[in-house]
Design a binder for this molecule. Structure first.
Ligand code: IVH
Length: 709
């Protein structure tokens, strides 16, 4: 008898819809966790290639089952939420991200997809512009009647930060558009960056001023632009390439190339290497030419961006969740260098995961000084047979954390011995074990400290997680402060944070405002920020508890399912008994597998956690009920069927647009159908819809209905 294959072993094409749904949930959870390891902890546990593979699988499944795409899934998330320091700006048009191509074949597929979507004829010419992908940070500049009135960072794509005062200090950005009769509104979008010469000079100044150097030009540009004091920005030479636009009252041309030419006339820098190519061969040639010039450019680029030149086609192609269908970034291969592996450090994370970190003899890779690199886990060290004393090849790709690729065997010292992965936690000396995954039956790749909260490293990491951006998000309470409060013994559990002033007294410390680095105002601000979070969203609180396998997506799903905290808590108390109905209800939730359910049951049946939760609930003022997804368009939640010939769009275009507005598109008419869009030649479906009393409209009426959504 052969075992039934698990969903995650199946190719996307082989998945049923139900399996695909489960897979997307699982991938969202896994990718979310890795994003956190990478962005918040700076300690990824898998290689970039493995991470990319997860994302690619996610995208492949989404492409096959567009109706299952979740707004807050991995493909819908862009960058980081805006910081609290700057005033927030809601973008008139979202600032999105780009899909990636890693080789020529991906570029060929990109062209094919476009041709198919637009239903282009064999001999129709498809032009793609190509320009360097600048490694800086994007900004949106709003001009009203030709005057710069507002500038914003991308933020989370919807809301950015108001950086107008800082942007005004950049010479390459005009305060006024150089043109007669400027349009009422024109938002220019592009990349703010720092060139290599200015970066080196800035780091030299940092050194003389006894300040830490920036790791790379991109960080330097970001740090400079996000200065609260624009005078500081003014002393940091930043540059700007325009590559696109946001809200506009009128466009000066009907091609990408044409608009960029106009932007150049109006006073912007556009990249001189930009080209417009009418075949795959020419596009690939441009990619190579730009790649060959990469080292001499004097600024960092990490790929080439291709865009459909015709704007009417861009419009028709539209977007899929996080990225336009009409553009793609063709990435350059990663950069490598060799250096000495001086030591291997073991770091302990929030869930007890022991992560090996390579301590390297500092070396410059692609302009960045690297002294640490991740080794992921014990298996990776064994697989690569990396030993202390080895010369190793390390690799950086874009802004990702450097990785150890392999050891150079010719250079291995005779006395080098295989690395022995510790069996005890380096912080609390508890046993470190590799758990068996209950669903796969395989041993987990990660060794975990079993010390739980008696392990200082775990307890402290959990507190950091609790206050982090996607959890409680307490302004002014970051990793550094948590470490400080921990070391002084003032904070041990989440509730302690909400009783901080009292706790400080209890452990006989001076009041916070007298501590070094605090003062009256910042102590007051911190207490106010903590107080503000006594009213907290259900999903943030749940995510903040740091339960194994419960990432943001799962926390949101659970919050939406249970609705309010009190019902959820009652259900979870009962679910501790895995024979109970409450447990059966929990595993029955679409997207909650046995691993998550078991982790939840474990967490809520542990008496110590109950204690911590009760104290926390007492300290909080309000746990807000989960928000149910609001309907955003006249067709959200409606089931729509298209039939007959569509004249103003292709079928896939119509379907994609309807789905992006929250409608379900079905192939057949039934009593559940809400709208039938019928073009010329409609037959049996139209007849059936009329019989069933389904709303019938033509293509124009449909377009009118969804216009403005
Ligand atoms: S076009 C709708 N063109 O890459 C998205 N982006 O990965 C349009 N970037 O957020 C983006 N150089 O910060 C575009 N020539 C270029 C670019 C470029 C750099 C950045 C930009 C964007 C990110 C997407």
């Amino acid at each position: 008898m052969s075992a039934k294959p698990k969903s995650w072993d199946l190719a996307p094409e082989a998945l049923s819809k139900a399996q695909a749904k489960g897979e997307l949930m699982r991938l969202a959870m896994e990718i979310g966790e890795h994003d956190k390891h990478y962005h918040q902890d700076d300690a990824p546990i898998i290689s970039d290639a493995d991470y990319d593979a997860l994302r690619q699988r996610n995208e492949a499944i989404e492409a096959l089952f567009p109706e299952l795409v979740q707004q807050d899934g991995p493909s819908g998330r862009v960058g980081a939420a805006p910081s609290e320091k700057f005033e927030k700006v809601k973008h008139a048009q979202a600032m999105l991200s780009l899909g990636n191509a890693f080789d020529d074949e991906d570029v060929a597929d990109f062209r094919t997809r476009i041709a198919k979507f637009l239903n282009l004829k064999e001999d129709e010419v498809l032009e793609l512009t190509a320009e360097p992908k600048i490694d800086g940070l994007s900004a949106s500049l709003r001009y009203e009647r030709g005057e710069l009135v507002l500038a914003a960072t991308r933020g989370d794509g919807t809301t950015g930060e108001n950086i107008t005062r800082n942007i005004r200090t950049i010479d390459e950005i005009p305060q006024q558009l150089n043109m007669d009769n400027p349009p009422p509104v024109f938002e220019v979008r592009g990349e703010v960056y720092m060139d290599h010469g200015d970066f080196a000079a800035l780091n030299e100044r940092q050194q003389t001023d006894d300040k830490p150097p920036f790791a790379n030009p991109r960080n330097a540009a970001a740090g400079s632009l996000r200065q609260l004091d624009p005078n500081v920005t003014a002393q940091r030479p930043l540059k700007f390439f325009a590559y696109g636009w946001g809200e506009v009252s009128a466009l000066p041309a009907d091609t990408q190339e044409g608009v960029l030419k106009a932007l150049s006339d109006w006073g912007f820098q556009i990249n001189p290497l930009m080209s417009n190519d009418d075949s795959l061969e020419k596009t690939i040639r441009t990619y190579k030419t730009i790649g060959d010039q990469r080292v001499e450019l004097g600024y960092d680029i990490d790929g080439v961006v291709y865009k459909v030149n015709r704007l009417d086609w861009q419009e028709r192609l539209g977007f899929v969740s996080r990225a336009p269908r009409w553009a793609i970034a063709h990435k350059f291969p990663p950069e490598q260098a060799q250096t000495l592996l001086e030591d291997i450090d073991i770091q302990v994370g929030r869930t007890g995961a022991l992560t090996p970190v390579a301590k390297l003899k500092p070396i410059t890779v692609g302009g960045v000084v690297v002294s640490n690199a991740t080794l992921h886990n014990a298996d990776e060290i064994t697989r690569k047979d990396v030993r202390i004393g080895d010369t190793v090849i390390i690799q950086r790709a874009g802004d990702v954390i450097p990785q150890v690729v392999s050891a150079v065997m010719d250079k291995r010292p005779k006395d080098a011995v295989p690395f022995e992965f510790p069996t005890r936690c380096p912080v609390c000396d508890s046993h470190a074990v590799r758990e068996i995954n209950p669903t796969t039956g395989k041993e987990d790749v990660v060794a975990r400290c079993t010390g739980g909260l008696i392990c200082a490293a775990q307890a402290m990491e959990r507190l950091k997680h609790f206050v982090s951006r996607n959890a409680l998000d307490i302004e002014g309470l970051g990793n550094k402060q948590v470490e400080l409060f921990w070391e002084k013994g003032a904070v041990r559990t989440p509730a302690d944070i909400f009783n901080l002033a009292d706790k400080i007294k209890t452990v006989d410390l001076e009041p916070l405002e007298t501590w070094e680095g605090f003062g009256e105002t910042s102590a007051e601000n911190l207490f106010a920020a903590i107080d503000e979070r006594r009213s907290i969203e259900f999903d943030r609180l749940l995510f903040g508890l740091g339960i194994r396998h419960v990432g943001q997506t799962t926390a949101k799903l659970l919050a939406r399912t249970y609705g309010d905290w009190a019902s959820f808590r009652t259900a979870m108390r009962a679910a501790g008994d895995m024979e109970s109905e409450a447990y059966a209800d929990l595993v029955a939730i679409d997207g909650i597998g046995p691993v998550v359910a078991a982790a939840m049951a474990d967490f809520f049946s542990e008496p110590h956690n109950e204690e911590v939760l009760l104290a926390l609930e007492t300290a909080l003022r309000e746990i807000k009920d989960a928000e149910q997804p609001a309907s955003e368009s006249p067709v959200t939640g409606k089931t729509v069927v298209f039939t007959g010939t569509l004249e103003r769009m292709t079928r896939s275009e119509a379907k994609a647009r309807a789905e992006s507005l929250g409608a379900k598109v079905s192939g057949s008419v039934s009593a559940k159908t809400d709208i039938l869009v019928a073009g010329p030649g409609a037959g049996s479906k139209l007849k059936k819809a009329t019989e069933l009393g389904v709303t019938v409209m033509d293509e124009d009426a449909w377009l009118e209905l969804i216009a403005g959504s």
